[in-house]
Design a binder for this molecule. Sequence first.
Ligand code: FCB
Length: 497
Amino acid sequence: MRRYLPVLFVVGCGDDTTTTPKNPEANFPRTFMWGAAIAGFQSDPGCPTLAPEVCEDRASDWYQWVSDPEVIASSRAFVTGEPLANGPGMRETFREDFARARDELGLSAIRLSIEWSRLFPDRAAEGATTVDELVAFADPDGVRYYQDVFAELKRLGLTPLVTLNHYTLPLWIHDGKSCHFDYDGCVDRGWLDRERIVPAIALYAGFCARTFGAEVDLWATLNEPFATVLAGYVLPSEERSHPPGAQLKIEDALAVLVNQIHAHAAMVDAVRAEDTIDADRDGRPARVGTVVNIASFFPADASDPAGPDAARHASWVHNELFLEGVATGRLDENIDGVLEGPYPELVDRLDWIGVNYYTRLTVTPFAAGLAPGYPWLDFLPSLDGGFFQVYPEGLYEALALANRFGVPLIVTENGAVDPGEDAAETFLLPHLRALDRAMSEGIPVEGYFYWTLVDNYEWNHGMALRLGLYALEAGTKARLIRPIGQRYGEVVKARGF
Ligand code: FCB
């Protein structure tokens, strides 16, 4: 029996995972979930035969963001304008893709998202004040689609891990285009409008829990809340830009973060209230967690005496603020490293943490500060090198950081861009060694989900960034297994390497 011990959090320690003690259980326990992660907006579009208006989710803010000609033309939006038709089309092909994941790779789990705007495309849904009332506004085709998806996963014996909100919002609650061009005057302000979005997203979460709870045990509220903050309200860039693509709105960015903390808590309450059906596969109650992206921060100049503090503060803001809010119910609204609370409406609302890990980032001290009144906003992140800088030890560091909060962990995303012939050796195995090391030291990690199964629509990049275990062949939409997919399948089947 594996024993879980608390591990100290270290940032930027650069440990060598090659000296890792071997995990005796070949290296991973039988119950460990091996999966691939997808998200509806990215994997649904591009259906081989379904009509585009059925295949694509046209009622979402992200549909507008990547397809509206004026947004595409905006130099501040950084969207490529790639047609969604070039995506993998899993809205139609999910059965074959899930079968492939199980039969070829040996996976036991799939992380996927439900799209709020597919279930509630119409603004009228906002009139509902209870889940009972909301039922009348659900789109029957949307409900049937997810019922089919969960039935298929069950048939194949694949465990679903369901993200309730993977970035996208219905247009009726977030008009990203209007806010991009008229930030102060736009009406449907998404995450900025706590009074509207928190009750609405909680009702949606409750609806999902009631409707699909018999098939789902593992729920995640939000995906990467800090990405929404950074790429939407602070630093939209070619690397990542989210609607509304506003720059350096520091106070609003913090409000968006805090509003997402409140949304998480309200969504957890709603899921716990509604997903009381334990007739699913293991009879266990549903568990609700959240998914954060954790990066390793380093000073750009190792000899700068102010560097370590800058890296520490960057980690605090990027990695820890949201987790403190959802795990301990405490907030640091003026970013000075001192937490206020705990607030009763936030505490005790986290069953597990999903860790997305991709990159290390460097920061430069910036004594003048990004905004007055926020003492720890005294660093400038560098986007040089991008968001996919391979640093496998960072996965260990990310898990050690998340383990501070005392709940089980799941690696909900980890993946490489354009994985070539040697990507298993240079990317996959070093990351799995870091994971093995974390687990050997007692960090309770329940699963690993590779991002992603098949190349998909990578947000503002369109198809320009490809991360699939399977390459998507343009035109034919054939799925061609990459060497990293082959090797991942071998690791999964052997439960180790
Ligand atoms: C993460 C997102 C995921 C995908 C990967 C590459 O930030 O959660 O949807 O875009 O990056």
